[in-house]
Unconditional design. Structure first.
Length: 353
């Protein structure tokens, strides 16, 4: 085998009108998805939208009700799991407790009858890649959760799979380890050029690592695009709500203008007199003001959370709406105190529907 141990150019993956029913429950509802060779695609969506079912169907762990699955242009819809040539990492640490780390990583090579010396060399190289070169002799119970997931990743990659499937691999880890491992998975994926499908319900995670994000809703894809496209130009209310915490506000158009959160705004695309303009605002489009001296809409602080360099505060406006404001971490509003929320003028017009 003259190729370097892990190098492999990516393959394409395609879901074509895939439907999966569990009795009367339709988990996938005509799912169409085209993934380019070497691409990192995140399947993002709320609980129950069908992400895991999509991934398990691609893996061959579920038999689809109708539709086709193609890997590298080949129809694998009826190909059994062990012949699809995929690597998988799940949410729960799935290491064999009675095998040490390197034996865990070698496992797939053993079942493929790879000779012992090559097996060890490839497993060791993968362990080095995930930063656990010195942990070969340990057992799962001697590893942290993050380390166990690294071993699971090495085990999934050592067989040089055509596609890497990750089902919420980080959700059992604490925040710091989660971010570290997330970035490392991305680095390794880029190194290997392996096509990767990553299931997550965490929009921040998806925005941070994916080439493209497919937002799923009720068994199909609502919108697919780069993180920037989804964030800046959501095509549905569902996507807008799901990516980057936003609130939809409405205001009556009067003489080509609307009044919103303490501002009079000229509409770039004028709407008819009396029309209801819809404006989507995000936490970073808003400012928190003092109740006494501000000009924004009055309300009361519900919660406030410290996020390092900045802070997010939820305000219940007197008009009945709750809204999240992002502001400097130096402002520390007290819960239940009276404040005002104002729109940052320059951010607005682009968001008018
Ligand atoms: P989560 O983030 O909660 O895991 P998900 O987006 O991955 O959600 P799926 O697990 O794919 O969603 O489930 C999609 C739908 O199919 C859900 O309504 C679920 O209850 C249903 N479902 C999944 N597996 C089965 C099963 N084995 N039998 C019956 N219904 C199922």
């Amino acid at each position: 085998d003259p190729t370097p141990t892990t190098q492999r150019s990516g393959v394409s993956v395609r879901f074509r009108a895939v439907t999966k029913e569990y009795g009367a429950q339709r988990a996938l509802n005509g799912l169409d998805l085209d993934i380019q060779p070497g691409e990192f695609v995140a399947l993002l969506g709320p609980s129950g939208c069908g992400k895991t079912t999509a991934l398990r169907s691609l893996a061959g762990l579920e038999t689809v009700t109708s539709g086709e699955l193609l890997i590298d242009g080949e129809d694998v819809t009826r190909v059994p799991v062990n012949r699809r040539d995929l690597g998988m990492v799940f949410q729960s640490y799935s290491l064999f407790p009675n095998l040490n780390v390197i034996e865990n990583v070698e496992f797939g090579l053993r079942t493929r009858k790879v000779p012992a010396a090559e097996r060890t060399a490839r497993a060791q190289e993968m362990l080095d890649r995930v930063g656990l070169g010195d942990f070969a002799e340990r057992f799962a119970h001697q590893l942290s959760g993050g380390q166990q997931q690294r071993v699971a990743l090495a085990r999934a990659l050592v067989t040089r799979p055509r596609v890497l499937l990750l089902d919420e691999p980080l959700s059992a880890l604490d925040a710091k380890v989660r971010t570290q491992l997330r970035d490392e998975i991305r680095r390794i994926q880029l190194d290997l050029g392996i096509t990767t499908v990553f299931v997550t319900h965490d929009q921040e995670e998806a925005l941070a690592v994916a080439d493209r994000i497919a937002v799923m809703n009720a068994g199909k894809i609502d919108q697919i695009g780069t993180p920037e496209e989804l964030y800046r130009r959501p095509e549905t209310g569902f996507v807008a709500n799901f990516i980057g915490q936003s609130t939809l506000l409405t205001a009556l158009v009067h003489e080509g203008r609307i009044a919103l959160l303490g501002r009079e705004i000229d509409l770039t695309d004028p709407l008819p007199e009396g029309a209801l303009a819809r404006v989507r605002v995000r936490p970073e489009n808003l400012a928190l003001e003092s109740f006494e001296h501000g000009e924004g809409e009055p309300g009361a602080v519900v919660t406030t959370s410290f996020l390092g360099s900045l802070r997010r505060t939820t305000v219940h406006l007197d008009s009945g709406l709750s809204i999240v404001v992002q502001h400097s971490a130096e402002d520390t509003p007290e819960v239940e105190s009276r404040v005002r929320v104002r729109l940052l003028q320059d951010m607005v017009t682009a968001h008018v529907d």
